[in-house]
Ligand binder design. Sequence first.
Ligand SMILES: C[S@@+](CC[C@H](N)C(=O)[O-])C[C@H]1O[C@@H](n2cnc3c(N)ncnc32)[C@H](O)[C@@H]1O
Length: 301
Amino acid sequence: MQLTDPKGRINTLTLQAGKQWHGHKGWIQHDEIIGRPEGIVVRSTGGIDYLIFRPLLQDFAVRMPRGAAVVYPKDAGQIVAMADIFPGAKVVEAGAGSGALSCFLLRAVGEHGSLSSYERREDFAEVARKNVEKFFGGPHPSWKLTVGSVEDAIAETEVDRIVLDMLAPWECLDAMAKALVPGGLICCYVATTTQMSRVVEGLREQGSFAEPYAFETLVRSWHVEGLAVRPDHRMIGHTGFLVTARRLADGVTPPLRRRRPAKGAYPETAPAELTPGNDNTVVTTPPDVTESESLIGSPEA
Ligand SMILES: C[S@@+](CC[C@H](N)C(=O)[O-])C[C@H]1O[C@@H](n2cnc3c(N)ncnc32)[C@H](O)[C@@H]1O
């Protein structure tokens, strides 16, 4: 259960009959909560009122024990939407890390889908297993967790969606291309611009994917009180970048987009076909109009 005090501070506890929870002012008997509905207010012996709710997945994900850094809920939501994770989908994920994203993906694939998660560190895999089992109240019927590097250990074929959250996803692209169905989608979550660049160029070079789409999401919460309506002073300014790309059918080369890269986009030493100013240059570039551009009307950079 989640106990929120009047200042918005959150404590979580697992209810056990006969036990007490001690806050900074007084305590609460677990029995005052057990058997009652969520959304109640319970007063501690020190006179503090606590609002009682079961944690949402977003609450659980940011507070659960961690091995590796977790995917934040704002990005997990984007991954579910932009990687098109649907009920019944066959999904592969790596690395499982602390299992936060695994929980969101399992919810999205449901009991008729499958999520196969790979984690190369045994200690992190153990943390992920415990977190997923704690959240779902036991083993999830759609989940398989394998200790190993996904590029070597992947056993699945005809996979609908692959989600990679790891340091060097570009090292796995050949194996991921083999595992995906034509029309399937790969989604890579990376923390830095240099990683984003490597994975986008890697996807183009690998040859089995349509043009990648790279983006990030910023979420700004607001303070809304009477006439004081403004963005909160603090926000999470950066988490990571997402890159998605669709798997082409075998033997297909995507129709090339006839647009030259900006001068200096590639180093002088780049192969001739990628060098700006070469009249025969044909390179791939992002789609002319993406959903976000059409919404905000900004020109392509
Ligand atoms: C940032 S964490 C993933 C966090 C996870 N998405 C979550 O929400 O809890 C990255 C993980 O990828 C694992 N990893 C890195 N390369 C890998 C590979 N090739 N195969 C499997 N796991 C890998 C690392 O050990 C690490 O635990």
